[in-house]
Design a protein around this ligand. Structure first.
Ligand code: ADP
Ligand code: TRP
Length: 436
């Protein structure tokens, strides 16, 4: 089975060089590995926890989606979607909330940090805690578990959340799995080899420190101006400089191949001035980022194209999410009502058997697999299209049995003449009852 890799990007703010080097570039590279199925999504429900400015949320979703696409994300290989387009996530969020211990949420770092800050400021401990913040890790577990992700690439600060997702998955499997694992247990993945880029002041580049070099916003000029402000030591041109530990060099090296790095280090040792060095860094990054920035500008100017891409991504994501959620509803007892469980005589059961709707699966001369549903009187209710694989037809039959007529929303079937959704639903209910 292929490995599922999934990660979410919180849509607050504008991407900077650190996000690109530390998250976007490695994720896109990983999505090109064979045997990997990638799910990348805009965590816009998570953004609402931190931000109550609707315009900023809207703008950030657009900028972040455009950034990933401009950076080369291939949406034919990757499932790229918005969290808020997948209603199954909020539904699973509730199922998980009901089996998560409050005590575990009390220990979450993000919540604890907010409490500590309030106490330090002499406020009530929970002064700034919304239920969204408190339950943040459960929503994140729903994001991950709904797609049965094996690997979750994240920053170090997120590791605790992945551990919480594992815990809740384990508890859910134990309570409702009846020996079957409903959820895969996810693993956090931290890229040790990826550099942490320093910001203008030498601390980690972060929007929280206001020390970032923007990736695209503000154009080539903003890039140049930001790089000019990176702190260096005060050695003059002509004096030898130590490339080790210089923030400018760390940023340079994140964009350079081995030969370019070696040449840059050697030139600094033999006295290259910081001003000239900065110019070389600007040129290097501009060569890398410039073409992407043009694509970015084009995308931001056409939000409707991004919207279409995300809608298609949501459709793709839901082909995985919908059947799993149907199974989970079944597992916790949110089941379709079926005929009363009155004991029947053998004769009654036999008589009913001959008069219930049936699914038939068969193969045609075109070598494709089909299924159809016929009513108790033999009339046609549903006719499927042809499938290359028999198990595709089988999968749809199973979905109709668990979901009822709701599966019509995306099933490749046509209704029989003179029939309708209500008749199909009634037939499915009768069929499931007869089989129970
Ligand atoms: P910020 O610190 O600006 O708020 P986020 O916490 O939103 O950034 O991080 C988004 C992603 O970018 C995470 O995967 C994080 O590990 C990565 N990232 C953020 N800053 C850097 C950096 N300076 N160097 C490398 N990766 C970074
Ligand atoms: N909380 C993550 C962050 O701030 C973003 C996120 C939301 C996420 N849901 C996720 C990451 C699921 C990985 C998997 O970085």
């Amino acid at each position: 089975m292929s490995q599922r890799v999934l990660t979410g990007i919180t849509t607050t703010g504008t991407p900077h060089l650190g996000n690109y080097v530390g998250a976007i570039r490695p994720a896109i590279a990983a999505s090109r590995e064979p045997g990997v199925e990638s799910f990348f999504f805009l965590a816009d429900y998570h953004a609402l926890i931190k931000c109550d400015d609707p315009d900023r949320i809207e703008r950030s979703r657009l900028e972040i989606a455009a950034t990933w696409l401009a950076a080369g994300l291939d949406t034919s290989r990757v499932t790229f979607y918005r969290q808020s387009d997948i209603p199954e996530i909020t539904e699973l969020n509730w199922l998980l909330t009901c089996v998560t211990a409050k005590g575990q949420m009390n220990r979450a770092h993000a919540y604890k940090a907010t409490v500590d800050a309030a106490v330090a400021a002499g406020e009530e401990p929970d002064a700034n805690v919304t239920m969204g913040l408190y339950c943040y890790p459960i929503l994140m577990a729903a994001d991950i578990l709904l797609f049965n992700a094996h690997r979750v690439p994240v920053g170090r600060d997120q590791v605790q959340h992945i551990e919480m997702a594992r815990d809740v998955a384990q508890r859910f499997n134990h309570l409702f799995g009846r020996g079957k694992d409903l959820f895969v247990l996810p693993q956090a993945e931290i890229e040790e080899s990826v550099a942490t880029l320093p910001g203008l002041d030498g601390r980690k580049m972060s929007k929280s420190y206001d020390n970032t070099v923007p990736l695209f916003e503000g154009g080539a000029k903003a890039l140049k101006d930001a790089i000019a402000r990176i702190v260096t030591d005060s050695k003059l041109p002509g004096e030898p400089k130590d490339p080790e530990g210089a923030h400018l060099v760390t940023i340079h090296d994140a964009f350079a191949d081995a030969a370019t790095r070696a040449a840059f280090h050697a030139d600094l040792r033999s006295g290259l001035g910081w001003g000239d060095a900065k110019q070389r860094v600007v040129q290097l990054i501009e060569a890398h980022v410039g073409p992407m920035r043009d694509r970015y500008a084009d995308l931001v100017a056409h939000p409707e194209r991004i919207e279409d891409i995300l809608q298609e991504g949501a459709r793709k994501a839901r082909t995985t999410a919908t059947p799993l959620l149907a199974e989970l509803r079944q597992a916790v007892g949110l089941r379709r009502m079926v005929a009363a469980s009155q004991p029947r005589t053998a004769k009654e059961a036999g008589a009913e058997k001959s008069a219930v709707p049936v699914f038939k699966q068969y193969r045609e001369a075109d070598n494709l697999f089909y299924f159809k549903l016929t009513a108790a009187d033999g009339s046609l209710l549903l006719q499927s299209q042809g499938f290359a694989e028999g198990r595709e037809a089988g999968g749809w039959v199973k979905r109709f049995k668990t979901e009822g007529a709701a599966a019509l929303a995306d099933a490749p079937v046509t209704l029989g003449e003179g029939t309708d959704r209500v008749a199909v639903d009634a037939a499915l209910t009768a069929l499931v009852a007869a089989q129970a």
